[in-house]
Ligand binder design. Structure first.
Ligand SMILES: *Cc1c(COP(=O)(O)O)cnc(C)c1O
Length: 419
């Protein structure tokens, strides 16, 4: 299989006349279609709701598109909560799934009607002191050990800082109830970027069995199950994408097997997807500005890890298309690099690509989530703008690029420096 960009070379050239590279661009039509598919896949569950993980793509225009598609937001900090509020999200459309949470943020989350998801049993006291115990509250579960699907180890919850043990979470629900909480949720995030349709159903089974046990032991009925994030996307063109309809049906099946017979068939399923909602629908577009031939062949582009950190940080694969050379043979081997004074600032290492020339436009794929948002300012490099390809084919700027003034603006006396 191959990955096809949502822009042709001619379209990209047109955009570049108005907005020079590098930039991030998102495909509104595809974002909406994917959100509709997710909602349809879970339409068997009356209370289903996706809370988009804001950290993946914290842009108000994107949040508003998802809002129109019926989604809420999942936040983990004051600024994400504030952005959600300003975008018009209200209770019960904001989830606050934070950890190591400053008490003031509980207070703010509560004041805007966010559902608070407690990461630790000690946070009950913090929350109570900050704003009192709300009527609706969620707790995060960490089963420990390793998390496997069939015989494959997917991840290592025993090493993860998140959530409460089983004993703690049962204790937490009892305490919260005694302090006046009336409606309870459970949340767990056990594996990231999974490319199997079995992840959600496997996680759902663990959580469903636990809430049946909680009901039997304490009489407390959990009314929503937050499966959180973790449904992945195929960054590699050889990998199959997840089938959201198969995932929805997989969760439906365990719901009918476990929750319905236990009298918990009214429970709502929530998700907090970030990557799955946005990653494939964003491109980082960058122009080749140098080539260099020493012990290896390097292609230097005008973007760097400041614009997309995943390859530098995790060695993550992001597919690259050379616009206009889609059908050329990939008979050259290159490292594609940015300008940071860090040797890991490479979008690709030993990548087979067509012969590249200075001035070629590259599309770096699957940058719609955890792309722009992970950016930083190392080497004084500035973050790019973000563009939106609208459904009618027009392109609008939804965040301007940083300027040197922005970079200096937090310094004392910065005007003296930039003058
Ligand atoms: C990061 C995160 C998500 C989203 O994860 P994706 O892998 O982008 O789907 C959801 N919930 C929580 C609590 C997270 O930390």
């Amino acid at each position: 299989m191959s990955k096809k960009p949502f822009l042709t070379k001619a379209e990209a050239e047109n955009i570049i006349k108005r907005f020079p590279t590098p930039f991030h661009i998102y495909d509104e039509r595809a974002i909406r279609q994917n959100a509709r598919d997710l909602n349809k896949a879970f339409s068997w569950n009356k209370g289903f709701r996706e809370y988009f993980a804001v950290k993946a793509t914290p842009n108000p225009t994107i949040l508003k598109i998802l809002k129109e598609e019926g989604c809420g937001t999942d936040c983990s900090s004051y600024t994400e909560l504030f952005m959600s509020k300003k975008c018009g999200f209200e209770a019960p459309y904001i989830m606050f799934s934070s950890n190591d949470t400053p008490p003031d943020e509980f207070k703010y989350a509560d004041s805007i009607g966010a559902i608070i998801n407690l990461d630790d049993i000690t946070h009950i006291e913090t929350l109570e002191k900050a704003c009192g115990i709300p009527e609706t509250v969620c707790c995060r579960y960490n089963p420990g050990g390793t998390f496997s699907i069939s015989t494959t180890i997917m991840d290592n919850p025993g090493e993860a800082k998140y959530g409460m043990t089983k004993e703690q979470i049962i204790e937490a629900y009892k305490t919260l109830k005694s302090k006046g909480a009336k409606k309870f949720g459970i949340h767990s995030f056990l594996a990231s970027n999974t490319t199997t349709n079995e992840y959600y159903p496997t996680l759902a089974k663990i959580l469903f069995e636990l809430i049946v046990e909680i009901k039997e032991k304490t009489g407390i009925e959990i009314s929503f199950i937050n499966l959180s994030g973790g449904v992945g996307v195929p960054y590699d063109p050889d990998k199959e994408p997840n089938d959201i309809f198969a995932i929805g049906e997989g969760v439906h099946k365990v719901f009918d097997e476990i929750l319905v017979p236990a009298g918990l068939g009214n429970a709502s399923i929530y998700t907090e997807l970030g990557r799955f909602m946005l990653a494939p629908y964003g491109h980082l577009v960058t122009t080749v500005i140098h080539e260099k031939h020493i012990h290896k062949d390097y292609i230097g582009v005008d973007a760097c890890a400041v614009n997309l950190m995943r390859p530098a940080m995790y060695g993550a694969y992001h597919h690259i298309t050379v616009l206009g050379k889609e059908d050329c043979e990939c008979d050259h081997t290159y490292d594609v690099t940015g300008s940071l004074c860090e040797n890991n600032d490479k979008f690709a290492v030993d990548r087979k690509l067509p012969k590249i020339d200075i001035g070629d436009i590259l599309v770096i794929h699957d940058t719609g989530a955890h792309g722009f948002s992970m950016g930083y300012n190392y080497n004084g490099r500035l973050k790019s703008n973000e563009l939106l390809l609208r459904e009618d084919g027009s392109v609008v700027e939804i965040r301007r690029a940083e300027t040197p003034e922005d970079y200096f603006s937090t310094l004392e006396g910065y005007w003296d420096i930039i003058r």
